[in-house]
Design a protein around this ligand. Sequence first.
Ligand SMILES: Cc1cc2nc3c(=O)[nH]c(=O)nc-3n(C[C@H](O)[C@H](O)[C@H](O)COP(=O)(O)OP(=O)(O)OC[C@H]3O[C@@H](n4cnc5c(N)ncnc54)[C@H](O)[C@@H]3O)c2cc1C
Length: 355
Amino acid sequence: MENYYDVAIIGAGPAGATFARELYVRRPSMRILLIDGQTDQNAKPCGGLLSPDAQKVLAEFELTLPNAVLADPQIFSVHTIDLGASITRLYQRHYLNMDRLCFDRWLLSLVPDSVQIASGRCTKIRRENGFVLHVQTKDGEHTYRAHALVGADGASSIVRRQFFREQPYKYVSVQQWFRGSDPCIPAYACIFDPKTSDSCSWLIRKDDCTIFGGAFAKSHSRAAFEAQKARLEEHLGVRLGKPIKTEACQVCSPRRMRDFVTGKDGVYLVGEAAGLISASSFEGISSAMLSGRMLAEAFTKKDVARAYRKATRRLRCKLYGKTFKRSILCSPALRALIMKSGVQSVKIYQRGDKI
Ligand SMILES: Cc1cc2nc3c(=O)[nH]c(=O)nc-3n(C[C@H](O)[C@H](O)[C@H](O)COP(=O)(O)OP(=O)(O)OC[C@H]3O[C@@H](n4cnc5c(N)ncnc54)[C@H](O)[C@@H]3O)c2cc1C
C-alpha cells in the first residue's frame, strides 16, 4: 500500500497546487499525491500578469504576495495596437507584473508537507481498482495507485485526453524573450494583427527583458509569429533583436459551454485542463486557483462530481461570456470601430495640451 493514495493530482500549477493545499485543509487524513513535471528548463510560458480577478482570489485565501515574485516594472496601462487598421489606444489596467515560475514555486511552497510530491511526468494512466499511474522521474519510472484522479495538467492534459472529449479549440502560443528594453517599446502592449492571427499577442517588459508572445493557428504558428514580429517591429520603428529564449505551448480557447469539462466517475479536471480560461484575454490563473478551491470543497460532499459541477456553474457562465467578448475583440471591423470611438481609452497628455 506504500504507493497508494486517496487522490493523485497531475500538475502543480496554480490549479493543482491550490487544490492540494485546500484539500489538505478540509480532509487532513487523506493521502494526497501531487505529481509535477515542471522544471527550470520547461517552465510554463506565460505573460505573468496577475489580473484583478486573480488578486481577489488571493485575497479570499488571505494570502499576500512576496515581493520576490514581482517583476519590474509595475504597469498601469496597456497600449492596444491594431496593426491591420494602424490604430493605437491606451487603456487603464490593474495587473501585477510577476515572474511566473517564482509564482508557481511560491504556490507550491504553501502545500503542506503531508502532501507527497513526485517530481516527474505522468506518461501513462489506466483504470484498475481506481487508477494506476506511471511517472517518469530522473531516477526511472515509478508506479502509483490512487482512488481518485485530478487532472490539473493544463492545456495539453493527459487526463482530459484519456478520459474526456479533447479541447477542440486550441492555439499554439509562441513567446520569445529579448534582453533589454527600448524606450520606443511600451511596457505592456496587446497586439492584434488579422494578417497573421485571429487572436491576440502581447509585449511585456519583465525585469531586464522584454517578452513578445502571441496565440497562433497550429498549422503555421512559427511562421505567423515571425511575420507578426516583423510587422510589429516595423510599426514601432524598432527591432526587438536576437531572442535569448523561445518557448511554445498549447493554449485553450473555449468557444462553447460544453468545452468546459469538470469530470465524473472519480476523474476530475481543474484549471486549464477543464478549459477554464478566458477566451478573450487568455487570463487563466484566477480560474485555475478558483476551480482548485471549488473541487477541494466538493471533496467534502458525497457526490463530488455533482457538487463540483454546481460550484463551477457561475465561473463557467462567466467564461462563456468571454467567448462573446472574444468574437467582438477579434473582429477587425468591430475592434476598429471601438478603438476609433476612443471609448474607455486614456488620453496621453502632451506638452501644451489643454488640461
Ligand atoms: C503564453 C501564455 C501566456 C499567458 N499569460 C497569462 C497571464 O499573463 N495571466 C494569466 O492569468 N494567465 C495567463 N495565461 C494562462 C495561464 O497560464 C493558464 O491558464 C494557467 O497557468 C492554468 O493553470 P493550471 O494550473 O490549470 O495549468 P498550468 O499552469 O499549465 O500547470 C500545469 C502543470 O502540470 C504539469 N504537467 C502537465 N502535464 C503533466 C504530466 N503529464 N505529468 C506531470 N506534470 C504535468 C506542468 O508541468 C505544469 O506545472 C497564459 C497562457 C499562455 C500559454
